[in-house]
Structure formats: structure tokens, C-alpha cells
Design a protein around this ligand. Structure first.
Ligand code: DGY
Length: 334
């Protein structure tokens, strides 16, 4: 970081959600900080009012930044998400307002890929359902058949939809389990990247029909809304699992709940939900779904790295430099 500036001339920034106290202290050396350590989620009107008074903002990735949020933000230069996903940004509106948008790629790739694989294992092998069964005192004796029978992960086919950095991380982990890796992505990977993951590109339909485990890692965009709905689930094998670590809205959660209830597919593992933190009540009734509270990147080390990268983005932008993970590069005046 640069030398602290005169308090009078420190740029004003908003830290819209609670962050690590050390990170807040670091920010306070350089900025006049308006923080929200109470971690209350701002309403759109509150966020609009907060943004009206600052030059930069750090967000958790859930606050919507659109033309309305920006309408009074005359001094705002940068909004830094503490997340790799940035579907909370209306990027064209930010660009039109001359506001830099940044995210936190790379630092969470391995942690998130680890979690995707953990969720797949928990789902296929019925780990959380089994734990509930044990805690409920249902486990009376060891049995060949009368206990939760799962689906194998090793040497099965994993189908990854969304083959960016995290998708490729999951593919590489799958190789350790001797899995056959197929993928679908907006654009095909280079030959070298396909080789590194031993991954075969297939159509979405082929992937859904042939994968034993379907893992969703694609970004949320309006075009990706309900990428997996009743029609797509119907293509999957009755023995298949569906894992969503991408974003709520990519899966039609109600259609999924119905399919799980009817055993159209074997099980699902979900870290993200439509309308989270609310979870569709139909999903809550089911045993064959593993539910997690959007924690794929949530390790102490990785969350600290995400906050640090977001701070670096903010600091560079407010120092007139190009932030390391600038999304709308056309806004950078250099
Ligand atoms: C991300 O970084 O996008 C995670 O999903 C947390 O929002």
C-alpha cells in the first residue's frame, strides 16, 4: 500500500458488508471508511444513498449495482466485489456511469473446486442424509442392503457445464478418481486445456444424457437462467446427481424438487439457490438433496485472499491505476 494520505484528503469509501477487522483497519489507513460491520443487508434505497457519498465501494457480491443504484453516485469511481461472480453488476450501466467494476478471480479457484468435489461426494454417497439417520437413532445394525446405498463417484462420468477456471479445477480433481470427464461450455477449450483436464467437449444434451454426475459451474447471465429446468432434468439418468455451485437461477429449483421427489434423478447437491438465502420449501422436505449455505469459497485463507484482492482493486482504482481484476476495461482512462 502507498503512504497514508492526509485525513482531509482521504477518499471516502463504503464497505457494504462485514469484513475481517484487520482488513478494515488497513482500509482506514488510506480511506475515510463508512463500514457496515453489523453486516445488515442494505435495501436498494439505502445502497443508493450510501453510494451517493463515496468514491469507492467494497461489496459482498449480492448488492445490485444498476442505473438506479448509481443515479446519485456522482463521485463513485469503482465498485469492488468480494466475489468472482458479478451477476449483481449491471456492467453496461456501470460503464455508462464511468464506474469501474472489479471481482476476485483466481484466489478462490482451488477452494471452490475442492468444495464442488466435496458436495459431489456428499451427494452421491448420501453423507448428510446418513448423518441425520445416525443422529436420529435409526442405525440399529450394520446391513448389506438396509442402509443408505449411494452411487459411485470413481470411474464414473462427470459432466461439467461451465469450464472456466473452477470447472477445470473440478475436472483435474476428477482425474484422481479415474473419472471420465465430459464438459459443455459457451466456447470450447484450447486443445492444450482439454488435454490438461482429459476432458471431451460435448453438447449440453449429450452431457445430460450420459453423465453420472452433472456439475454446474457456469456464470449466471439472463441467457443462463434455468439452464437446468424440467426438460433438462428429464434427459438425465435416473441414477444421476446434479451439483450446483454456480448461482441460484441457473437451476429451476421447483422443477428440481419435483424431480427429486419423483426420483427422476437420484440426488442433488446445492450450494446456491433461487432467491437465497431463502430455500424453496419443497427442497427442504427432501432427503435426497444436500443443502449448503453458499460456502464454496468459504475457508479462512481464501476469504481473506478475496478481501485483500478486492481492497487492492479498490486502492489501485482510486490511485488512478488499472485495478488487477477490472471487468469493464473500457472505463479505465489509461
Ligand atoms: C463467488 O465468489 O462468486 C462466490 O460464489 C461468492 O459469492
Amino acid at each position: 500500500m502507498n503512504t497514508p494520505q492526509n485525513p482531509q484528503t482521504k477518499p471516502r469509501i463504503l464497505v457494504a458488508r462485514a469484513i475481517f477487522p484487520e482488513a478494515l483497519a488497513k482500509l482506514e489507513e488510506f480511506f475515510e471508511v463508512r463500514s457496515n460491520q453489523a453486516d445488515q443487508v442494505f435495501t436498494p434505497a439505502e445502497l443508493q444513498a450510501e453510494l451517493a457519498t463515496v468514491e469507492g465501494a467494497l461489496l459482498a457480491g449480492s448488492e445490485r449495482i444498476d442505473a438506479n443504484a448509481l443515479s446519485k453516485a456522482k463521485d463513485l469511481k469503482v465498485v469492488a466485489n468480494i466475489s468472482v461472480g458479478y451477476n449483481n453488476f449491471d456492467v453496461p450501466a456501470m460503464t455508462a456511469a464511468g464506474v469501474m467494476a472489479t471481482n476476485t478471480p483466481d484466489v478462490l479457484t482451488d477452494t471452490t473446486a475442492d468444495f464442488g468435489f466435496a458436495l459431489l461426494m456428499a451427494t452421491a454417497r448420501r453423507i448428510t442424509e446418513s448423518e441425520h439417520w445416525v443422529r436420529a437413532g435409526e442405525w440399529k445394525k450394520w446391513s448389506i442392503v438396509n442402509n443408505p446405498l449411494g452411487m459411485d463417484v470413481h470411474h464414473s462420468t462427470i459432466g461439467i457445464i461451465g469450464m472456466g477456471r473452477i470447472g477445470q479445477g473440478i475436472a483435474k480433481r476428477a482425474l484422481g478418481f479415474g473419472m471420465n470427464v465430459i464438459y459443455h461450455n459457451r466456447s470450447r477449450l484450447s486443445e492444450a486445456d482439454e488435454k490438461a483436464c482429459s476432458a471431451k467437449y460435448v453438447s449440453k444434451e449429450e452431457l445430460l444424457r450420459t453423465a453420472d454426475h452433472v456439475v454446474l459451474v457456469l456464470p449466471y447471465t439472463p441467457e443462463n437462467h434455468h439452464t437446468i429446468a424440467a426438460k433438462e432434468i428429464a434427459l438425465m439418468k435416473p441414477t444421476a446427481t446434479l451439483i450446483n455451485i454456480a448461482r441460484g437461477g441457473i437451476v429451476d429449483d421447483l422443477a428440481l424438487a419435483q424431480a427429486l421427489k419423483n426420483k427422476t434423478i437420484f440426488a442433488a447437491g446445492l450450494d446456491v439457490f433461487e432467491g437465497e438465502p431463502n430455500v424453496n420449501p419443497e427442497l427442504l422436505k427432501l432427503n435426497n438433496v444436500v443443502l449448503a449455505p453458499h460456502i464454496a469459497s468459504s475457508t479462512e485463507k481464501t476469504r481473506r485472499a478475496m478481501v485483500d484482492l478486492a481492497i487492492e482493486n479498490l486502492r489501485q482504482a482510486l490511485n488512478g491505476k488499472k485495478p488487477p481484476s477490472l471487468i469493464n476495461t473500457e472505463v479505465f482512462p489509461g
